[in-house]
Write a protein that binds this ligand. Structure first.
Ligand code: SF4
Ligand code: SF4
Length: 421
């Protein structure tokens, strides 16, 4: 990696500061070096040789970045911050050892044989996890595990007549899709994958299998483990690029979706670059696929829902409208808006392990904002966010379930009688 490549995408920054109020870490610490503008100055210093990767100040403030990318859409100059952050993290990783806890989690995600042991164990103990949930570090870890368990619809059945939406007389030709498996989503949120497949089929898609997929590599890329990220991306590109015809890739984990859509950048110059471009172009968040088909209306649920958009859906992929279209297809669903919904929850991959203090402060704002609107359920489309917000709510003594938006649509479709699984 050249010095210039380190700061690629940052050239347009004119130091205007419009991004400061969008940055969750700046809002907590008030320190310019914890703002996008301050970090851009640090990365430019690294790229220009004026600062060293060993410098503790450089490490501290770049480590504190959530990588949430809230600074990108608000930037009037079009600064592309994420690639420079990843490159600088890669440079820092050359100078020091990544914390053991972070490496251990990333190893479980990357190594499918390890995952085949760890995830079933985690699923076996999670029915008990809620008992040990709390505000301590260990309590939050148990809260995160508790937040992964499948939930039943908490709404009683609505009384009165509801007429299911008739199937169109001439159904469109089913578009074939593969549901991207991932690692944590597959190991702990298999129920979300199954709901995703059901609602896609109910909206006229044909869901196919694609073996040999694995972790998307996003957390490795964000932490500076570039070689691991590239290895994982290659594995997925080999598994997905061979999909026949015009099949699309449906992703129900926003962090994975953002990574897959950027495989062309990650594998630039790689022998698999052309295939990576094909995979990136075919990747869609599940909400985009459903919005493209309406989606089909579902039966009333009578719930108050607070939608919390994952950063890697809203800021990284620019998918804002489609999840709300999905929720609007459910009759009787009352969407309430909490302050700062667009701000990161502090999960940010393995950030809560590496930066527990700041992660907890960022989470605290989120939990208080949600509590104020008293929802029956929180909806968010990323496993890390569901675990972080779920743990934060449990630590605050709240039993509000956190589910994926497709789970709400799935509950609604069951009540509509579109399927009875
Ligand atoms: S990143 Fe964009 S918004 Fe932030 S200081 Fe630079 S030009 Fe301004
Ligand atoms: S990625 Fe998020 S935490 Fe990092 S500088 Fe941008 S807004 Fe701040």
């Amino acid at each position: 990696m050249t010095q210039a490549a380190l700061a690629a995408g940052l050239e347009p920054c004119v130091h205007c500061g419009f991004c400061l109020q969008a940055c969750p870490t700046y809002l907590v610490t008030g320190d310019e070096a914890d703002s996008p503008r301050g970090r851009i100055a640090l990365i430019r210093g690294l790229a220009g040789g004026r600062l060293e990767a060993r410098d503790p100040q450089v490490q501290t403030h770049l480590d504190r970045c959530l990588g949430c990318r809230a600074c990108e859409p608000v930037c009037p100059s079009g600064v592309s911050y994420a690639p420079a952050l990843e490159a600088s993290r890669r440079r820092l990783a050359d100078e020091r050892t990544i914390p053991l806890s972070v490496r251990a989690v990333h190893a479980v995600m990357a190594d499918r044989s390890l995952g085949r042991v760890v995830f079933p164990l985690a699923r076996a103990v999670r029915p008990l996890a809620r008992r040990f949930a709390g505000p301590s570090r260990l309590g939050l870890a148990f809260g995160m595990l508790a937040a992964t368990r499948p939930r039943r619809c908490p709404a009683p059945k609505e009384r009165g007549a509801w007429t299911p939406e008739p199937q169109p007389a001439e159904a469109p030709t089913p578009r074939r899709v593969v549901v991207f498996a991932g690692c944590v989503q597959d190991g702990l949120f298999g129920h979300v994958h199954r709901a995703t497949a059901r609602v896609l089929v109910a909206n006229g898609y044909e869901v196919m299998e694609a073996p040999d997929q694995g972790c998307c590599g996003a957390l490795h890329a964000h932490a500076g483990q570039h070689d691991d990220a590239v290895r994982l991306a290659r594995q997925n590109v080999r598994a997905l690029a061979a999909l026949a015809g015009d099949a699309l890739i449906a992703v129900d984990a926003a962090g994975c979706g953002a990574m897959l859509k950027e495989y062309d950048r990650l594998l630039a110059g790689d022998p698999l670059e052309t295939d990576a471009r094909r995979v990136a172009a075919r990747t869609r968040d599940v909400s985009e696929l459903l919005a493209a088909r309406g989606p089909r209306r579902g039966a009333p649920l009578g719930l108050r829902v607070a939608y919390d958009p994952p950063c890697h859906l809203l800021h990284a992929q620019g998918v804002a409208r489609e999840p709300r279209q999905l929720l609007a297809a459910i009759d009787g669903l009352d969407q309430v808006t909490h302050v700062g919904a667009e701000l990161c929850c502090g999960s940010a991959g393995s950030y809560s392990l590496a930066q527990p203090g700041l992660s907890g402060e960022v989470l605290g704002y989120k939990v208080e904002a949600i509590r104020r609107v008293r929802p029956d359920v929180v909806a968010t489309g990323n496993p890390g966010c569901a675990m972080q917000i779920g743990a934060g709510l449990l630590a605050a003594g709240e039993s509000i379930p956190v589910v994926h938006p497709v789970e709400l649509l799935d509950w609604s479709y069951r009540r509509a009688g579109y399927y009875d699984e």
